[in-house]
Design a protein around this ligand. Structure first.
Ligand SMILES: N[C@@H](CCC[C@H](N)C(=O)O)C(=O)O
Length: 286
């Protein structure tokens, strides 16, 4: 048995166990020998409890670090918006980066992301959104047929979903009254919709006004979470393309607000929010 140290972080209540595998073989050992069980680490009764596990790896190029992110069910995701802010906060605290103006270039499976502290918040260039997500053809609109209409809880809910890729897939629905949405019923069905061979994150959104969108999140591989950073970006993009919001919005998630800025198809989406350390600890592994 071996003791390994970790730190726990959260961004808008989306929480992660962060394992620094720079200069050691922890990630390599996880990949090859499954020295620990991510499902068990994330379990809130039998483990540490988290929405996911982030490994920090040495970057391949001349960048600062590499992020590898696993959902609480053990599946690997391409990217995580709240997770990358947590990782940057970890680097800031642990690598003694006292100069908050430093730019952190972070490699992810969804490409290079650049994050920076600005006025005690972290702003991340989240990449150019993909409006044709996975195998959904031609437009961002798609009728989702996997749920019979009687399953929809509210009368004004239509099954027009909007697919936006932020490196990872998002399926977005706009509704008039978000309170009427029962996430635990719709989330698991829509996550596995046949249009998304690798499954998808699902969001229900209510436009409060042109500057503020309220959201309920069902994450691929994690279920209901308090926030999704890539999701907030995708939601803003869909709402802006539909003419429902201004170029900067506050996306209000159950765990707090994120500021999103985007208006041009070929530009990167900017996400601003914070991330906090919750505690540090150690766990026994085989
Ligand atoms: N919570 C994240 C997204 C994490 C990955 C997602 N569940 C997926 O599988 O794509 C975020 O803040 O972006």
């Amino acid at each position: 048995m071996k003791n390994i140290t970790f730190e726990k972080y959260q961004g808008n209540g989306n929480d992660f166990v962060v394992i620094d595998s720079r200069g050691n073989d922890l990630y390599k050992n996880y990949k090859t020998n499954k020295i620990f069980d991510i499902k068990q680490i994330c379990n809130r009764q039998f483990g540490i409890g988290a929405d996911g596990v982030i490994f920090i790896e040495e970057p391949k190029e001349d960048n600062y670090a590499k992020m590898i992110i696993f959902n609480s069910d053990g599946s690997e995701a391409q990217m995580c918006g709240n997770g990358i802010r947590c990782l940057v906060e970890y680097l800031h605290l642990n690598d003694s980066m006292n100069n908050k103006n430093i730019e952190y270039k972070i490699e992810t499976k969804a490409g290079l992301k650049i994050a920076k502290y600005i006025n005690d918040e972290i702003t991340v260039k989240m990449g150019v959104p993909i409006l044709e997500c996975q195998n959904i053809p031609t437009t961002i609109e798609k009728k989702i047929n996997s749920i019979p209409s009687h399953e929809f809880i509210e009368k004004d809910f239509n099954n027009m979903g909007y697919a936006v890729g932020m490196g990872n897939p998002h399926l977005i629905f706009f509704v008039k009254d978000i309170e009427s949405i029962i996430l635990s019923r719709l989330g698991p069905i829509l996550e596995k919709n046949e249009l998304f061979p690798e499954k998808t994150n699902v969001h229900f959104c209510q436009i409060l006004n042109r500057d503020n969108i309220k959201v309920k999140v069902w994450e691929r591989g994690a279920g209901p979470t308090l926030a999704c950073g890539t999701g907030a970006c995708a939601i803003h993009v869909a709402a802006y393309k539909l003419g429902l919001c201004n170029s900067q919005t506050i996306v209000t998630l159950p765990g707090g607000n994120l500021k999103i800025d985007w208006s041009k198809d070929d530009c990167e989406v900017m996400m601003t929010g914070n991330a906090k350390k919750v505690f540090s600890g150690s766990m026994l592994v085989n």
